[in-house]
Design a protein around this ligand. Sequence first.
Ligand SMILES: *Cc1c(COP(=O)(O)O)cnc(C)c1O
Length: 326
Amino acid sequence: MSSVLIKDVVDARERISRAVNETPLIHSTTFSEWSGFEVFLKTENLQKTGSFKIRGASNKILSITPEEGRRGVVTGSSGNHGQAVAYIAAKCGYDATVVMPEGGSQAKAASIKGYGANLVYCGSASSERLAFAEKLRMERGSVFVHPYDDPFVIAGQGTIGLEIMEKLEDASVILAPTGGCGLISGIAIAVKEKNPAVKIFGVEPAGSNSTGLSFKNGRRTALDKIVTVADGIRTTIPGELTFPLVQKYVDGMIEVSDDEILYAQRMILERCKLLTEPTGAVALAAVLSGALAGFVKGGKAVVILSGGNVAMPQLGEYLIRSAANA
Ligand SMILES: *Cc1c(COP(=O)(O)O)cnc(C)c1O
C-alpha cells in the first residue's frame, strides 16, 4: 500500500468498528447565527481516549499479526496519539512504549501510564522523538506506529470523512486542523472520492503554519520555530506521505491566531457545553474569526473538534486568558 485509496478507508472502518465510537455530528444554532454558515461540529473530543487519533492507531495495530504484536509497539507522540496507541495496544494485549516530549502535558502522560504503556522522555521537537522511537524499534523489533505518515493511520483517520458524508452528503465545506496532516488527508480522500464538490480546508495557528507554507511553496517546507498554544499540532513539517495527498485533495489553508483559538475553545465550552483542548478548537476558530468567509460564501460547514484532552488547571488558565482579551 503505497498511497491510500477510498477502499482502504472503507476497510479501515470495518476493521476499527468495534474499537472506536461513531461520534455525533452536532448542529450549532449559535455558531450558525454568528458566522452565516450552517455550522456542524464533528465531536471527536467525545471519541475514545479523547481524540480522533484512536482511529488511525487502531487501524494500524489491528492490522499487524499477533507474531508482530508480541514484539510490542512503539511510537513518538506529543500526547493524543500516544494515548491512542497505549489504549488499543493494551486491548490487544501488546506491550506499548511511548516516547514523550520533555515538558509535555501532565494529563496526557498520566493517561498514557494509566493505559499501562511504558513512557520514555526525549527532547522537545517531534523529529527528535521520532528518531528515538525508530531506534527503539530497531533494537527490539517492535512495530512503529507513526502518528500520521503511515497508510493505515491515514486510512483510519479518513473514517471520519465517511461518517460525515453519511450524515451530510451535501456539506459545502469541511475544516480540519493540520499538524502532520494524517487527519486532513484521510478525510479528504474519503470525502472527495464520494463528492468532489465538497471543499476541504486545513486550519493551523499562525505560529505553526508549516502546512500552509508548504502548500504555498508547492513543496514540503520546514519551520525552525513554533509558537502556539495548540500543543497537538506543533509539527515542523507536513508528512512525506500526507503532503502529496494535501496537494491533490485540499482546497486551501487558513491561519488563525492563538487568541482566536482560545476564544473558540471558550465559546464551544460556554455555548455548546463541549470541552475541547486548544488544538480541538482550531478549526472552529477559522469560522468564528471570519477567515472562512474570505474563501467560501455560506453553506453547510463541518468543523472537526479533533480532541478534548486538557488538564483542568491549564483549562482554567486558558479561560482566564481568553476572557481577559474579550
Ligand atoms: C494530532 C492532532 C491533530 C492533527 O492531526 P495530524 O494528523 O497530525 O494533522 C489535530 N488535533 C488534535 C487534537 C490532535 O491530537
